[in-house]
Write a protein that binds this ligand. Structure first.
Ligand code: GLV
Ligand code: MN
Ligand code: MN
Length: 417
């Protein structure tokens, strides 16, 4: 192991940074609104990059706005990287993503204070637009970083408010000049990647387990449907003569629930966004736009859910006499993390006297993109009540300590490998 077994992070310092970051874009109830590339995101980035520089990290910003703070090692070469994201959904909590970045900075501070050099460099990354709530797909920054999405395509992405990624990056001053999305940043660029994150689900808390050794991330399928019918009078139009976009949207939402219930297992399905036009009580809607989020740990099962929904939508368009156009917003197959990394997380947790279980991730994470170019893994800590993407998201301080201490020693181990 590291030879520094007694070394521990400073919990108060870590909580202090988490708290300060949570003040940026703070919303009622203790939550945070820092949608990607907004003014609040810029303010959060400014705070974090300032901390990186204070810690002596060499900060670089790439063309999709990913921020990487590098701590040199005794040897040249690819760094061992940790990190996550600091963008949030509109009604986000203060831990999702932020914990991974703040814990990475705390690891650096702890090593600096103890005068510990590592063989290989260490890096702390803040990836752009992990949430995908404003601009799809999610994990956009890490996807471009590993060469999985052309930079130009990412920059041209139009968000839910009509803004584009490229314009917003430039506007907030985070369109950097470090290369990304090119072969130059592939395999040799990162030696290994580990990310500490809150579970965002109920499993660890329910089982009274402190650490999740994450084995992989489930597949994600995001589709937007635009439905066009005919507006008419709500009182005078016989039911048999309607081409009701609102009804069709509701039917799709109900079908998504039905598919998940019928398939069972790990299948989940969500209609999270829905708009109607003209959205008036006495007018049959002529247009509806809605999003469908389908996920499953099994790729074949996920495809089956997609097939069922597509068949339903086609039949619905026919029977209601509406036009329905589908637009794919994101599609990622399930990802398995490096088995050696999963075993390392598990063994290190046991060594530190923590209860640990292996588990899949229900949420998407930057680690699943980094897994394309290097051995990658994740550490989960419990989320109270399994609540996330909600201002009430909460993780107990002792769990944060356990996760950050584990991250510290995992990074030491990997950077001295
Ligand atoms: C993004 O992080 C998601 O899982 O929706
Ligand atoms: Mn996250
Ligand atoms: Mn999230």
């Amino acid at each position: 192991m590291s030879g520094h077994d007694a070394l521990r992070i400073d919990l108060d310092r870590l909580l202090g940074r988490l708290d300060a970051l949570a003040q940026v874009g703070a919303i009622e109830g203790g939550g945070v609104c820092r949608l990607a590339l907004t003014d609040a995101d810029r303010a959060g980035r400014d705070l974090v990059t300032g901390w990186m520089r204070d810690l002596g990290l060499r900060v670089s910003i790439d063309a999709i706005g990913n921020v990487v703070g590098l701590r040199p090692g005794r040897r040249e070469g690819a760094p061992v990287m940790t990190g996550s994201h600091i963008d949030t959904v509109r009604t986000g909590g203060r831990y999702d993503g932020n914990l991974g970045v703040m814990a990475g900075l705390e690891v650096v501070r702890t090593l600096n204070d103890a005068g510990i050099e590592t063989d290989f460099p260490l890096a702390v990354a803040v990836f752009t637009n992990e949430e995908g709530a404003r601009f799809a797909p999610d994990m956009m920054g890490s996807l471009v970083y590993v060469g999985g999405l052309p930079l130009a395509e990412a920059l041209a992405t139009v968000g839910i408010d009509g803004a584009t990624v490229g314009d917003e990056l430039a506007r907030i001053g985070y369109a950097g000049d470090a290369p990304c999305g090119s072969p130059a940043v592939r395999a040799p660029a990162v030696r290994a990647y580990v990310e500490l994150h809150v579970e965002q689900g109920p499993v660890l808390e329910a089982e009274g387990v402190t650490i999740g050794a994450v084995e992989g991330v489930q597949g994600i399928s995001w589709t937007e449907y635009t439905i066009r019918g005919v507006s008419n009078h709500a009182g005078t139009t016989p039911m048999r003569m309607r081409h009701d976009a609102g009804f069709a949207a509701g039917a799709i939402a109900a079908e998504v629930r039905r598919i998940a219930a019928e398939m069972g297992g790990d299948q989940v399905g969500t209609v999270g966004a829905l708009t109607l036009e003209p959205n008036l009580i006495n007018v049959v809607p002529h247009t509806a736009v809605l999003t469908v989020d389908l996920r499953n740990t099994d790729e074949e099962a996920l495809r089956e859910a997609e097939r069922r929904l597509a068949a339903f939508v086609a039949a619905l368009a026919e029977s209601e006499g509406v036009g329905i156009v589908a637009r794919r917003l994101a599609r990622f197959e399930p990802v398995a993390f490096d088995p050696a990394m999963v075993a390392k997380v598990e063994a290190l947790a046991q060594r530190q006297g923590r209860s640990v279980r292996r588990m899949p991730s229900g949420a998407g994470h930057d680690a699943q993109m980094l897994a394309r170019i290097c051995p990658a893994g994740m550490i989960f800590v419990p989320s109270a009540g399994g609540v996330s993407h909600n201002v009430r998201e909460f993780t107990a301080t002792e769990d944060i300590r356990a996760g950050a201490d584990l991250l510290l020693h995992l990074l030491l181990d990997l950077a001295n490998g």
